[in-house]
Ligand binder design. Sequence first.
Ligand code: SF4
Length: 179
Amino acid sequence: MSRKTKVATASLCGCFGCHMSLLDIDERIFDLVELIELERSPLNDLKEVSEVDVVLIEGGVANSDNVELLLQFRAKSQILVAVGACAINGGIPAMRNQFSVSESLQESYLNGLGVTEGQIPDDDEIPWLLNQVHPLHEVVRVDYALPGCPPGGETLWRFLSALLRGEPIILPYTQLHYD
Ligand code: SF4
């Protein structure tokens, strides 16, 4: 590509661990900034979702804001990458799928260990929880999935550098894991 590749990143129902893993590429971050122009990302201060070549998304889809942002990114990106277990299968947050939203809220805000005089938050500013936590592919088309909780820095680097340079993406078996 003659111009730099536009890349965005986002965290939906994620823990930011996959973003931390991206920073684990260490000094190769200098190589990365030569290849990309970073659009909206938790790593910068951009608020707008603009047209991008690649978006890396960690986290599953757990609330109304997640749905909205994911749909915007899908509409504006050429390649959407599900990064990490949460994006691929809902991850640990999807353990709440065995309970109702009401049960989850009551446990968190009223009955949980150490909660005194609890109150379930109720404000229009707060996004609605979905009945279940969903992986990205249940909401939008996903082009690539990088497993791991999180995928290692080396895995992310190999994937990204090959993708950005238009080379075949070859990840050794030893770098693929689901934990
Ligand atoms: S996959 Fe793991 S590290 Fe990544 S957002 Fe989910 S819980 Fe965090």
